[in-house]
Design a protein around this ligand. Structure first.
Ligand SMILES: Nc1ncnc2c1ncn2[C@@H]1O[C@H](COP(=O)(O)OP(=O)(O)OP(=O)(O)O)[C@@H](O)[C@H]1O
Length: 336
Protein backbone atom coordinates (compact mmCIF):
# COMPACT_ATOMS: atom_id res chain seq x y z
CA UNK A 1 0.00 0.00 0.00
CA UNK A 2 1.19 3.52 -0.81
CA UNK A 3 -0.45 6.38 1.10
CA UNK A 4 -0.16 10.03 0.11
CA UNK A 5 -1.42 12.73 2.44
CA UNK A 6 -1.49 16.34 1.25
CA UNK A 7 1.68 15.67 -0.75
CA UNK A 8 3.00 18.91 -2.21
CA UNK A 9 6.15 19.86 -4.13
CA UNK A 10 7.14 23.34 -5.18
CA UNK A 11 10.07 24.24 -7.40
CA UNK A 12 10.46 27.99 -6.82
CA UNK A 13 7.20 29.56 -7.93
CA UNK A 14 6.07 26.37 -9.70
CA UNK A 15 3.81 23.98 -7.78
CA UNK A 16 4.46 20.63 -9.45
CA UNK A 17 2.39 18.56 -6.98
CA UNK A 18 -0.43 20.25 -5.12
CA UNK A 19 -1.91 18.64 -2.00
CA UNK A 20 -2.33 15.09 -3.32
CA UNK A 21 -4.07 12.63 -0.99
CA UNK A 22 -4.90 9.12 -2.14
CA UNK A 23 -4.11 5.48 -1.38
CA UNK A 24 -2.76 2.90 -3.82
CA UNK A 25 -4.11 -0.50 -2.78
CA UNK A 26 -2.77 -4.03 -3.24
CA UNK A 27 -4.21 -6.70 -5.53
CA UNK A 28 -4.88 -4.45 -8.49
CA UNK A 29 -3.21 -2.26 -11.09
CA UNK A 30 -3.76 1.42 -10.29
CA UNK A 31 -3.28 3.72 -13.26
CA UNK A 32 -1.81 7.15 -12.53
CA UNK A 33 -3.00 9.39 -15.32
CA UNK A 34 -2.45 12.98 -16.25
CA UNK A 35 -1.34 15.10 -19.19
CA UNK A 36 2.34 15.92 -19.72
CA UNK A 37 3.71 17.99 -16.87
CA UNK A 38 0.83 17.05 -14.51
CA UNK A 39 3.26 16.00 -11.77
CA UNK A 40 3.27 12.20 -12.10
CA UNK A 41 7.06 11.73 -12.16
CA UNK A 42 7.56 14.23 -9.33
CA UNK A 43 5.02 12.31 -7.22
CA UNK A 44 6.77 9.00 -7.94
CA UNK A 45 10.16 10.47 -7.08
CA UNK A 46 8.76 11.60 -3.72
CA UNK A 47 7.43 8.07 -3.08
CA UNK A 48 11.02 6.83 -3.45
CA UNK A 49 12.50 9.64 -1.36
CA UNK A 50 14.39 11.01 -4.38
CA UNK A 51 12.66 14.38 -3.93
CA UNK A 52 11.65 15.83 -0.56
CA UNK A 53 8.04 17.05 -0.26
CA UNK A 54 7.55 20.76 0.42
CA UNK A 55 4.53 19.73 2.50
CA UNK A 56 2.66 16.54 3.29
CA UNK A 57 3.71 12.97 3.49
CA UNK A 58 4.00 9.71 1.57
CA UNK A 59 4.33 6.28 3.17
CA UNK A 60 5.06 2.79 1.87
CA UNK A 61 3.44 0.11 4.05
CA UNK A 62 3.25 2.77 6.77
CA UNK A 63 6.89 3.88 6.54
CA UNK A 64 8.84 6.61 4.79
CA UNK A 65 11.14 5.22 2.09
CA UNK A 66 14.24 6.11 4.13
CA UNK A 67 12.92 4.03 7.04
CA UNK A 68 12.62 0.82 4.98
CA UNK A 69 15.23 -1.71 6.12
CA UNK A 70 15.44 -3.49 2.74
CA UNK A 71 13.88 -1.08 0.28
CA UNK A 72 14.15 -3.36 -2.78
CA UNK A 73 12.14 -6.02 -0.91
CA UNK A 74 9.38 -3.50 -0.24
CA UNK A 75 9.15 -1.48 -3.45
CA UNK A 76 10.58 -1.98 -6.92
CA UNK A 77 10.45 0.91 -9.34
CA UNK A 78 11.08 1.67 -12.98
CA UNK A 79 11.55 5.40 -13.28
CA UNK A 80 13.84 5.79 -16.25
CA UNK A 81 15.12 2.84 -18.24
CA UNK A 82 18.28 4.76 -19.14
CA UNK A 83 19.59 4.56 -15.58
CA UNK A 84 21.71 1.53 -16.41
CA UNK A 85 25.53 1.38 -16.48
CA UNK A 86 26.07 0.90 -20.24
CA UNK A 87 29.46 -0.82 -19.95
CA UNK A 88 28.44 -3.63 -17.57
CA UNK A 89 26.61 -6.72 -18.83
CA UNK A 90 22.91 -7.01 -18.02
CA UNK A 91 23.75 -9.88 -15.65
CA UNK A 92 26.47 -7.92 -13.83
CA UNK A 93 24.29 -4.82 -13.60
CA UNK A 94 21.63 -6.85 -11.78
CA UNK A 95 24.25 -8.72 -9.74
CA UNK A 96 25.67 -5.41 -8.40
CA UNK A 97 22.17 -4.32 -7.49
CA UNK A 98 21.48 -7.68 -5.81
CA UNK A 99 24.74 -7.73 -3.84
CA UNK A 100 24.32 -4.22 -2.53
CA UNK A 101 20.83 -5.12 -1.30
CA UNK A 102 21.51 -8.52 0.27
CA UNK A 103 19.66 -10.40 -2.47
CA UNK A 104 21.01 -13.90 -3.42
CA UNK A 105 22.70 -14.25 -6.85
CA UNK A 106 20.25 -16.93 -8.05
CA UNK A 107 17.53 -14.27 -8.10
CA UNK A 108 19.41 -12.52 -10.95
CA UNK A 109 18.90 -15.53 -13.24
CA UNK A 110 15.26 -15.78 -12.18
CA UNK A 111 14.38 -12.17 -13.04
CA UNK A 112 16.30 -12.31 -16.34
CA UNK A 113 14.20 -15.35 -17.23
CA UNK A 114 10.99 -13.59 -16.16
CA UNK A 115 11.62 -10.59 -18.43
CA UNK A 116 12.85 -12.69 -21.35
CA UNK A 117 16.46 -11.42 -21.34
CA UNK A 118 18.21 -14.70 -20.44
CA UNK A 119 19.80 -15.07 -23.88
CA UNK A 120 21.35 -11.59 -23.79
CA UNK A 121 22.32 -11.66 -20.10
CA UNK A 122 26.04 -11.37 -20.89
CA UNK A 123 25.55 -8.52 -23.37
CA UNK A 124 25.96 -4.86 -22.50
CA UNK A 125 22.75 -2.81 -22.23
CA UNK A 126 24.47 -0.11 -24.34
CA UNK A 127 23.42 -2.01 -27.44
CA UNK A 128 19.92 -2.84 -26.18
CA UNK A 129 16.77 -1.66 -27.95
CA UNK A 130 14.36 0.56 -26.04
CA UNK A 131 12.17 -2.47 -25.29
CA UNK A 132 15.12 -4.51 -23.99
CA UNK A 133 16.17 -1.55 -21.81
CA UNK A 134 12.65 -1.41 -20.34
CA UNK A 135 12.76 -5.15 -19.67
CA UNK A 136 16.09 -4.76 -17.88
CA UNK A 137 14.70 -1.90 -15.80
CA UNK A 138 11.73 -4.08 -14.86
CA UNK A 139 14.09 -6.96 -13.98
CA UNK A 140 15.77 -4.57 -11.54
CA UNK A 141 12.42 -3.61 -10.05
CA UNK A 142 11.49 -7.29 -9.57
CA UNK A 143 14.85 -8.29 -8.07
CA UNK A 144 13.84 -7.98 -4.42
CA UNK A 145 10.46 -9.72 -5.04
CA UNK A 146 8.75 -6.59 -3.66
CA UNK A 147 5.12 -6.32 -2.56
CA UNK A 148 4.84 -2.95 -4.35
CA UNK A 149 5.80 -2.11 -7.91
CA UNK A 150 5.82 1.34 -9.41
CA UNK A 151 6.36 2.02 -13.12
CA UNK A 152 6.67 5.49 -14.67
CA UNK A 153 5.39 5.45 -18.28
CA UNK A 154 6.67 1.90 -18.88
CA UNK A 155 5.24 1.55 -22.38
CA UNK A 156 6.71 4.76 -23.80
CA UNK A 157 8.29 4.03 -27.15
CA UNK A 158 7.55 0.31 -27.09
CA UNK A 159 6.22 -1.75 -29.98
CA UNK A 160 2.84 -3.52 -29.67
CA UNK A 161 4.46 -6.79 -28.53
CA UNK A 162 6.39 -4.96 -25.79
CA UNK A 163 3.25 -3.08 -24.70
CA UNK A 164 1.29 -6.34 -24.53
CA UNK A 165 4.05 -7.99 -22.51
CA UNK A 166 4.22 -5.17 -19.93
CA UNK A 167 0.45 -5.05 -19.62
CA UNK A 168 0.24 -8.80 -19.02
CA UNK A 169 3.10 -8.68 -16.50
CA UNK A 170 1.49 -5.88 -14.49
CA UNK A 171 -1.84 -7.72 -14.33
CA UNK A 172 -0.05 -10.92 -13.31
CA UNK A 173 1.81 -9.10 -10.50
CA UNK A 174 -1.46 -7.58 -9.27
CA UNK A 175 -3.17 -10.98 -9.28
CA UNK A 176 -0.39 -12.20 -6.99
CA UNK A 177 -1.68 -9.64 -4.49
CA UNK A 178 0.97 -6.99 -5.09
CA UNK A 179 0.39 -3.25 -5.28
CA UNK A 180 1.01 -2.08 -8.86
CA UNK A 181 1.13 1.67 -9.53
CA UNK A 182 1.73 2.71 -13.12
CA UNK A 183 1.75 6.13 -14.74
CA UNK A 184 0.69 7.02 -18.24
CA UNK A 185 -0.60 10.00 -20.17
CA UNK A 186 -2.71 7.70 -22.37
CA UNK A 187 -6.22 6.81 -21.26
CA UNK A 188 -6.57 4.16 -23.97
CA UNK A 189 -3.56 2.28 -22.61
CA UNK A 190 -4.80 2.43 -19.02
CA UNK A 191 -8.31 1.33 -20.00
CA UNK A 192 -6.87 -2.05 -20.92
CA UNK A 193 -4.55 -2.40 -17.94
CA UNK A 194 -5.77 -0.72 -14.77
CA UNK A 195 -8.59 -1.63 -12.42
CA UNK A 196 -8.37 1.66 -10.55
CA UNK A 197 -7.59 5.17 -11.76
CA UNK A 198 -6.02 8.21 -10.14
CA UNK A 199 -6.12 11.23 -12.44
CA UNK A 200 -4.17 14.44 -11.79
CA UNK A 201 -3.88 17.74 -13.64
CA UNK A 202 -1.45 20.54 -12.77
CA UNK A 203 -0.48 18.65 -9.63
CA UNK A 204 -4.05 18.40 -8.29
CA UNK A 205 -6.24 15.34 -7.82
CA UNK A 206 -9.01 15.27 -10.44
CA UNK A 207 -10.33 11.75 -9.95
CA UNK A 208 -9.84 8.66 -7.81
CA UNK A 209 -12.20 6.01 -9.12
CA UNK A 210 -12.50 2.42 -10.26
CA UNK A 211 -12.06 1.83 -13.98
CA UNK A 212 -15.49 0.15 -14.13
CA UNK A 213 -17.11 3.24 -12.63
CA UNK A 214 -15.20 5.48 -15.04
CA UNK A 215 -16.39 3.38 -17.97
CA UNK A 216 -19.97 3.23 -16.70
CA UNK A 217 -20.07 7.01 -16.35
CA UNK A 218 -18.44 7.70 -19.68
CA UNK A 219 -19.86 5.10 -22.01
CA UNK A 220 -23.13 7.00 -22.39
CA UNK A 221 -24.44 6.31 -25.85
CA UNK A 222 -26.36 8.53 -28.18
CA UNK A 223 -28.03 7.72 -31.46
CA UNK A 224 -27.17 9.72 -34.57
CA UNK A 225 -29.87 10.18 -37.18
CA UNK A 226 -29.58 11.75 -40.62
CA UNK A 227 -32.77 12.24 -42.59
CA UNK A 228 -33.98 14.52 -45.43
CA UNK A 229 -37.01 15.22 -43.21
CA UNK A 230 -35.47 16.41 -39.93
CA UNK A 231 -38.54 18.39 -38.86
CA UNK A 232 -40.87 15.39 -39.11
CA UNK A 233 -38.31 13.17 -37.40
CA UNK A 234 -37.85 15.68 -34.62
CA UNK A 235 -41.65 15.85 -34.06
CA UNK A 236 -41.87 12.05 -33.99
CA UNK A 237 -39.07 11.85 -31.42
CA UNK A 238 -40.61 14.55 -29.24
CA UNK A 239 -43.95 12.73 -29.37
CA UNK A 240 -42.15 9.69 -27.93
CA UNK A 241 -40.67 11.76 -25.11
CA UNK A 242 -37.17 11.83 -26.64
CA UNK A 243 -35.19 15.07 -26.78
CA UNK A 244 -33.02 15.25 -29.92
CA UNK A 245 -30.36 17.94 -30.40
CA UNK A 246 -29.10 19.07 -33.79
CA UNK A 247 -25.41 18.49 -34.49
CA UNK A 248 -23.25 20.91 -36.51
CA UNK A 249 -23.73 18.86 -39.68
CA UNK A 250 -27.52 18.87 -39.29
CA UNK A 251 -27.80 15.31 -37.95
CA UNK A 252 -30.09 14.70 -34.98
CA UNK A 253 -28.57 13.20 -31.84
CA UNK A 254 -30.64 11.47 -29.17
CA UNK A 255 -28.97 10.94 -25.82
CA UNK A 256 -29.37 7.44 -24.47
CA UNK A 257 -31.83 6.54 -27.26
CA UNK A 258 -32.40 3.02 -28.56
CA UNK A 259 -31.51 2.82 -32.28
CA UNK A 260 -33.95 -0.05 -32.98
CA UNK A 261 -36.87 1.81 -31.42
CA UNK A 262 -36.02 5.00 -33.32
CA UNK A 263 -35.79 3.00 -36.58
CA UNK A 264 -39.24 1.52 -35.98
CA UNK A 265 -40.60 4.97 -35.17
CA UNK A 266 -39.25 6.34 -38.45
CA UNK A 267 -40.67 3.37 -40.38
CA UNK A 268 -44.11 3.80 -38.79
CA UNK A 269 -44.15 7.45 -39.91
CA UNK A 270 -42.63 6.58 -43.32
CA UNK A 271 -39.67 8.91 -42.70
CA UNK A 272 -36.67 8.20 -44.92
CA UNK A 273 -33.41 7.69 -42.97
CA UNK A 274 -29.94 8.17 -44.41
CA UNK A 275 -28.19 7.21 -41.21
CA UNK A 276 -29.15 5.61 -37.90
CA UNK A 277 -26.12 4.82 -35.77
CA UNK A 278 -25.49 4.25 -32.08
CA UNK A 279 -22.43 6.24 -30.90
CA UNK A 280 -20.27 5.70 -27.84
CA UNK A 281 -18.09 8.33 -26.16
CA UNK A 282 -14.51 7.06 -26.01
CA UNK A 283 -12.67 6.99 -22.72
CA UNK A 284 -9.88 9.02 -24.32
CA UNK A 285 -12.41 11.80 -25.02
CA UNK A 286 -13.67 11.60 -21.45
CA UNK A 287 -10.13 11.85 -20.11
CA UNK A 288 -9.38 14.84 -22.35
CA UNK A 289 -12.55 16.58 -21.19
CA UNK A 290 -11.59 15.99 -17.57
CA UNK A 291 -8.07 17.33 -17.97
CA UNK A 292 -8.78 20.00 -20.62
CA UNK A 293 -8.58 22.84 -18.10
CA UNK A 294 -5.33 21.58 -16.66
CA UNK A 295 -3.18 20.76 -19.68
CA UNK A 296 0.09 22.63 -19.22
CA UNK A 297 1.14 23.01 -22.85
CA UNK A 298 -1.76 23.34 -25.28
CA UNK A 299 -1.20 22.78 -28.99
CA UNK A 300 -2.76 25.16 -31.50
CA UNK A 301 -5.98 23.14 -31.72
CA UNK A 302 -8.21 22.05 -28.83
CA UNK A 303 -8.43 18.30 -28.13
CA UNK A 304 -10.15 16.44 -30.95
CA UNK A 305 -13.90 16.47 -30.64
CA UNK A 306 -14.13 19.16 -27.96
CA UNK A 307 -14.42 22.92 -27.87
CA UNK A 308 -13.49 24.56 -24.62
CA UNK A 309 -14.63 28.17 -24.23
CA UNK A 310 -12.38 30.27 -21.96
CA UNK A 311 -13.14 29.27 -18.40
CA UNK A 312 -16.17 27.37 -19.58
CA UNK A 313 -17.35 23.85 -20.00
CA UNK A 314 -16.32 21.43 -22.73
CA UNK A 315 -18.80 21.22 -25.59
CA UNK A 316 -18.84 18.12 -27.78
CA UNK A 317 -19.38 19.11 -31.43
CA UNK A 318 -23.03 19.82 -31.93
CA UNK A 319 -23.86 18.36 -28.56
CA UNK A 320 -25.06 19.59 -25.23
CA UNK A 321 -22.51 21.50 -23.14
CA UNK A 322 -21.03 19.30 -20.43
CA UNK A 323 -21.54 20.90 -17.01
CA UNK A 324 -18.30 22.17 -15.44
CA UNK A 325 -18.85 19.70 -12.60
CA UNK A 326 -18.48 16.83 -15.06
CA UNK A 327 -17.16 13.79 -13.27
CA UNK A 328 -17.73 15.42 -9.88
CA UNK A 329 -19.48 12.34 -8.57
CA UNK A 330 -16.42 10.12 -8.92
CA UNK A 331 -13.86 12.62 -7.69
CA UNK A 332 -12.00 11.77 -4.51
CA UNK A 333 -13.10 8.79 -2.52
CA UNK A 334 -15.01 7.28 -5.41
CA UNK A 335 -13.79 3.79 -4.57
CA UNK A 336 -16.37 1.18 -4.10
N1 LIG B 1 13.54 19.71 -10.91
C1 LIG B 1 12.57 20.51 -11.35
N2 LIG B 1 12.72 21.86 -11.32
C2 LIG B 1 11.73 22.69 -11.74
N3 LIG B 1 10.55 22.27 -12.24
C3 LIG B 1 10.35 20.95 -12.31
C4 LIG B 1 11.33 19.99 -11.88
N4 LIG B 1 10.83 18.75 -12.06
C5 LIG B 1 9.59 18.91 -12.59
N5 LIG B 1 9.31 20.22 -12.74
C6 LIG B 1 8.05 20.79 -13.25
O1 LIG B 1 6.99 20.23 -12.51
C7 LIG B 1 5.88 19.93 -13.33
C8 LIG B 1 5.53 18.46 -13.21
O2 LIG B 1 6.52 17.68 -13.87
P1 LIG B 1 6.51 16.09 -13.91
O3 LIG B 1 7.71 15.65 -14.69
O4 LIG B 1 6.36 15.56 -12.54
O5 LIG B 1 5.19 15.80 -14.73
P2 LIG B 1 4.69 14.46 -15.43
O6 LIG B 1 3.24 14.36 -15.14
O7 LIG B 1 5.55 13.32 -15.04
O8 LIG B 1 4.87 14.81 -16.94
P3 LIG B 1 5.32 13.89 -18.19
O9 LIG B 1 4.16 13.03 -18.56
O10 LIG B 1 5.61 14.94 -19.22
O11 LIG B 1 6.54 13.14 -17.75
C9 LIG B 1 6.27 20.36 -14.74
O12 LIG B 1 5.78 21.66 -14.94
C10 LIG B 1 7.76 20.37 -14.69
O13 LIG B 1 8.28 21.29 -15.61
Amino acid sequence: MIELRDLTKRYGAKTAVDGLSFTVRPGMVTGFLGPNGAGKSTTMRMVLGLDAPTRGDVRIEGKHYAELKEPLNSIGALLEAKGVHGGRSAYNHLLCLAQSNGIPERRVGEVLEMVGLRDVARKRPKGFSLGMGQRLGIAGALLGDPRILMFDEPVNGLDPEGIHWIRTLMQHLAREGRTVFVSSHLMSEMAQTAEHLVVIGQGKLLADTSMSQFIAENSRTHVRIRTPEPERMRDALFAEGLRPVTAEDGALEVDGGDAARIGELAAAQRIVLHELSPQQASLEEAFMRLTAQSVEYHGHAPPVGTQVPPGGAAVPPGGTPTPPAWGESWKKGGRE
